[in-house]
Design a protein. Sequence first.
Length: 198
Amino acid sequence: MLTLRSSPASPFGRKVKVAAAHLGLADRIEVVQADTSDPEDNLRTQNPLGKIPVLVLEDGTTLFDSRVIVEYLDHLAGGGKIIPQGQRRFAALTLQALADGILDAAILQVYEGRFRPEEKAHQPWLDRQAGKIERALDALERNLPGDDIDIGTITLACALEYLDFRQGRSWRDGRPGLVQWLEAFPQRLPAFPQSAPS
């Protein structure tokens, strides 16, 4: 049995769980909650960075981060399932990188509010992260992803719903194509809504 260390709200953990379900591997993975702020959690020995998600293999070897884990899961499933072969591979990986960047910026905004006293919040830093998200979303609205289920589209769907979860639905204003794409995504990948954070 593989062990996935994650937390219910982690969009990167969600990406792994959705990928595993789509690949038919969910029943081979036990999800064990991790607390990244608890120094007693053995997460820090599983990943010296203390970040989630981490996949613990049956021999105790650990894999991190989400990009490495999904590559491993795709390999377990026979390869080329969610990480396409040939030219499509680079489009899927680039979309994954863009969506991961949206998530990185959104999480930095959350951490600014969570770990820094309100009177020390640095608005230019928050504005810089917001700018990254806005530019990425605008680029996606101009060049909407297709209907393929691959690591790029899985990551993007997780990123957009993370923005809904953490920041409300304001990103949707002026982006009708991206909204429509996200709303149709669960029909193409039924495992997606089942993984939503509560």
